[in-house]
Design a protein around this ligand. Sequence first.
Ligand code: G6P
Ligand code: MN
Length: 445
Amino acid sequence: MRLTILGGGGFRVPLVYGALLGDRAEGRVTRVVLHDPDAGRLRAITRVLAEQADGVPDAPQVTATTDLDEALRGADFVFSALRVGGLEGRAHDERIALAEGVLGQETVGAGGIAYGLRTVPVAVDIARRVARLAPDAWVINFTNPAGLVTEAMSRHLGDRVIGICDSPVGLGRRIARVLGVRPEEAWIDYAGLNHLGWVRSVRVAGRDELPRLLADPALLGSFEEGRLFGADWLRSLGAIPNEYLHYYYFTREAVRSARRAERTRGAFLLDQQARFYAGAGDPGVPALELWNRTRAEREATYMAENRETAGAGDREEEDLSGGYEKVALALMRAIARDERTTLILNVRNRGALAPLDAEAVVEVPCRVDAGGAHPVPADPLPDHATGLVCAVKAAEREVLAAAGSGSRAAALKAFALHPLVDSVNVARRLVDGYTAVHPGLSYLT
Ligand code: G6P
Ligand code: MN
C-alpha cells in the first residue's frame, strides 16, 4: 500500500513514519512518497526517517519529490499536512492581529481566518488534482484550520476527504485517565467544530461518569482542561470544552498575555525550526537526535501562555507524546482493512449535528469501516455552543466564498463576522494588513 504525504518535509512527518514502523500487519503501508515544494526540507526529513528505519526489517520504502502530480499518481492514501506561507506566515498572522488587539492564533479568530484565506485555494487545487490523478485515494487532512480546509476539499472529493485533529483524542484520553478507565472503555460524547467542541457526557459501562468528574475538585485539578477552565466554570457549563475554547472564554486574558510575551508562538517556532532544518541538513549532525530534542521542546511549550494565564502549570508527562499520528494510522487501517472503530473526526455533517446543514464539516465521533467515516448522530448542542458553532461556521463560509470568487468584500465579511473580531473597522484594517504581507492573498481583489 502506498501513502503519499503532502507537506512531506514537515516537522511532524517522523511521527507518522514512526507509527508506520510499528505496524507489522498484513496490508500495511510499504511505500511512502513525500512531497514538498522545498527540497531542503525534504532532505532533512528524509535523513530523520532513514535513522528511524535503521535496523528495522522491511521498513516502508521512502522516496521524495517536489512534483505534486507525480506524488499523487498511484497513491492509496494521501496525508495532507501543509503550512501555506510557512511559519513566517504564522508569525505575520499573529503580529498583525495582536497589533489590532485581537487574537492571531493559527486556527482561532483573525489568525485562523487569515490562514484559512491563503490555505483554501491551495487545498482546493490539491483536491482537484487528487480527483483527477488518484480518484480512488482517501485523503486524510491534517492541514489547519482543519475543519474549514476539509470542508473546502469535500466540495471536490465528497466523503473521501476526512479531517483529523489530536486535540479531542487527547481530551478523551485525559478524561479516561482521571476516571481510572481505559480510553477504549469510555464513549466520549464530543461534538462541535474543529477546535470548537465540547464533551457533554462520558459513558462507561452504560453510565455517564461526567457528573462524578465535575463534582470532584481533585479530579478536575488533575488534568489540563480542568486546570485551564477551572472547576466552577466547568460545572456551570456541565461539559468539558476543547482546550481551544480557552481563547473564547478567556479572550481578554489570552490577548493580553500574547501581547506581553517576548515572542509569539509562530515567531518562537520560526526560530526553533530554522535551527532544526539547518542542523538536520548537515550530514555531520545526528538528525534523529536533533529532531527528538526539538520536538520535546515544542511539545513542552505548547499553549504555554494559556496555561500561564490560568495558573495551570506545566503539561503532564503523558500529554507530551502528541498522538495525531495514532489517529491517522487508526483511521487508515480502519478504511484499508475494514478494522471497524470509532474515532472523533472532521466529516460532512449529513444530519449528525443540528442545526448545521448536511454539507457543513463538523467534528463528531464517527464509525469507521472500509466505506469511510460515518458520523454518529449527536444530541443537539446547548444554545451557547450552538451560537458559537453557527457564528464560526458562518465566518468560515465567507472564507470559502472569498477563496472561490477572489472577493475582498467576502474576506472582509469573514473577519468582521467572526465572534472574536470586535469591530468592522478592525476587520478592514486586518484585510489591509494581511493582504500587504501575504503573497498568498494576492488573489483577493
Ligand atoms: C495541536 C492542534 C493542531 C496544531 C498544533 C499546534 O496539536 O490540534 O491542530 O497544529 O497543536 O502546535 P504548535 O506546536 O505548532 O503550536
Ligand atoms: Mn488540531
